[in-house]
Ligand binder design. Structure first.
Ligand code: COA
Length: 171
């Protein structure tokens, strides 16, 4: 298994993994399936900002992917990014999610980011556990913020400070 930057050839697999999570989980709060063209545009937009889109792959088979993007648009948020991680349903529970999150932590640190944020559905024990194990702490829980499949959903924010609390910046 290798972790490498995603390429255009990975888009069909990334789209399938994403659409499976849309259809069968509350990991992402939409019921809209994406086309491969939409996922390609999304990947290119991330890469144009200098942000990573990483895949875990075995040979040409994509097992999962992870990425991060800006948390909010105002300039004061420029040192924090929000990430996401998706593992193919057949390959969960074998440590791949943790490996990708660790790689995203390294990539965000290398880009000089200060905080990495995970916005997690409150009913997603796998993601809550994964992030707690990876050094993220729960900093907010917002009840009934979302709605999908006819139910209210809680949003849990977890964050990890990447360098040091209060780290000095040149600006
Ligand atoms: C959440 C997700 C990324 C976790 O990835 P994964 O590769 O299955 O998780 P890992 O094997 O790396 O496990 C990480 C930790 O979570 C725990 N875990 C995994 N699945 C779990 C589950 N269903 N319930 C409780 N804990 C679970 C593992 O035991 C491990 O903890 P440990 O180190 O104490 O043993 C994966 O399940 C997934 O892609 N789900 C659908 C999309 C999604 O929810 N993405 C996250 C959106 S915030």
């Amino acid at each position: 298994m290798t972790i490498r930057p995603a390429t255009e050839q990975d888009i069909p697999a990334i789209t399938a993994i994403y659409n499976d999570a849309v259809a069968n989980s509350n990991a992402v709060w939409t019921e809209k399936q994406d086309t491969e063209a939409e996922r390609l545009a999304w990947m290119k937009a991330r890469q144009a900002l200098g942000y990573p889109v990483l895949v875990a792959a075995e040979g040409s088979t994509v097992l999962g992917y992870g990425t991060f993007g800006d948390f909010r648009a105002f300039p004061g948020y420029r040192y924090c990014v929000e990430h996401s991680v998706y593992i193919h349903a057949d390959h969960r529970g074998r440590g791949l999610g943790r490996i990708i999150v660790d790689e995203l932590v390294a990539a965000a640190t290398a880009l000089g980011k200060h905080v990495l944020i995970a916005g997690i559905d409150g009913g997603n024990p796998a993601s809550l556990r994964l992030h707690a194990q990876a050094g993220f702490v729960e900093v907010g829980r917002m009840p009934e913020l979302g709605r999908k499949f006819g139910r209210w959903l809680d949003l849990v924010f977890m964050q990890r400070i990447l360098d040091a609390p209060g780290a000095v910046r040149s600006d």
